[in-house]
Design a protein around this ligand. Structure first.
Ligand code: 13P
Ligand code: SF4
Length: 321
């Protein structure tokens, strides 16, 4: 079904000014036509800008939802509006499909913080301790691990292993935040998300003083004292569900900027206070380069077959938890 342009604008009118939308219409129309002619779908992470998230995406969500839904895709082409590890995960789960990322430079500070060689050294230092890697890692790192996790299922994955001690890599803060919720001992690495590490507990105290009654939701990639100062912590999808379920009068999402815009579209009665930390990697994706990706079949994401089997096993093991 084709959605008329005015109806599409109506979706985002609360967060995208009309004049700005007019500059997007040509690319939106071209992308909608290209999706049909190429039998393509667009998967978009919650941090994509609203004109992408609400304007052209077919499947949206957190890292866990994108991985799960990538398995069900029937199109020939998947365009990943997100960062490189997400596109690699989609390729691992759809080896026979064409997976495109509009900008190969869309990386992640967490994925860059650890290599398979680091994991080999950790295994040697902690023999027999299972390695859980966050999905924010390269396929090569996933292949060197026992199982993956996302911020939406990290505690369940830890507890599913039935062991007293695990290595959880590479996000130090996610590992420490999960450690507060479980009796399993968690050994961490020193990777950080360059967006979430910027938030401080004093930011939260200042927000509470400036906006009495505000509900503070934080992402578990934030430092533990930030999560402790918040009312609730969870993945991007869990935060979005919280707003839908609890309908707070006034809320702040301690995470990447675009997330509040995307959630606000569905909740006109909720006031969103928006401290803004942008992810420079997520922001490399635009309507322009999504259109070019579909027009020129670029940039194709491939995974070395020598590592794909082991990496897929780690992702599929997570999805089975
Ligand atoms: P989730 O959407 O899984 O919470 O991850 C957040 C993130 O930083 C992805 O890069
Ligand atoms: Fe990586 Fe953080 Fe950007 Fe997510 S927000 S892609 S974790 S740098």
């Amino acid at each position: 079904m084709t959605i008329a342009m005015p109806a599409l604008y109506e979706r985002v009118s609360r967060v995208v000014p009309k004049a700005e939308w007019l500059s997007y219409e040509d690319d939106v129309a071209a992308i909608l036509a290209l999706k049909k002619s190429r039998n393509a779908v667009i998967l978009a992470h919650n941090y994509q800008t609203p004109e992408i998230f609400h304007g052209v995406a077919d499947i949206v969500g957190d890292s866990l939802a994108l991985a799960r839904k990538a398995m069900e895709v029937e199109a020939d082409v998947i365009v990943l509006a997100g960062v490189h590890f997400m596109a690699e995960t989609a390729k691992l789960l759809n080896p026979e499909k064409t997976v495109l990322i509009p900008d190969m430079g869309a990386g992640c500070s967490l994925a860059d913080s650890i290599t398979p060689e680091d994991i080999a050294l950790l295994r040697a230092a902690h023999p027999g301790v299972p390695v859980i890697t966050y999905v924010n890692t390269s396929a090569a790192v996933k292949a060197a691990s026992d199982i993956c996790c996302t911020s939406g299922n990290a505690r369940q994955v830890v507890e599913s292993l039935g062991v007293p001690k695990v290595l959880m890599l590479p996000d130090e803060y996610l590992a420490k935040n999960v450690a507060r919720e479980t009796s399993v001992e968690i050994l961490a690495w020193h990777g950080h998300c360059e967006v979430h590490e910027l938030f401080t507990a004093s930011d939260i105290h200042e927000l509470r003083a400036a906006h009495p009654g505000i509900v503070v939701l934080a992402h578990p990639e934030c430092p533990p004292d930030v999560v402790e100062a918040a009312d609730f912590a969870g993945s991007t999808a869990v935060m979005s569900d919280y707003v839908g379920r609890e309908k707070p009068g006034r809320v702040v999402l301690i995470t990447e900027c675009s997330m509040s815009d995307n959630v606000a579209v569905h909740h006109p009665d909720v006031e969103f206070v928006r401290p803004c930390n942008l992810c420079p990697h997520m922001k490399r994706i635009s309507l322009k380069n999504i259109r070019e990706a579909l027009e020129h079949n670029r940039h194709e994401v491939t995974v070395d077959p020598a590592i794909a089997v082991a990496a897929r096993r780690a992702v599929e093991r997570m999805l089975a938890v």
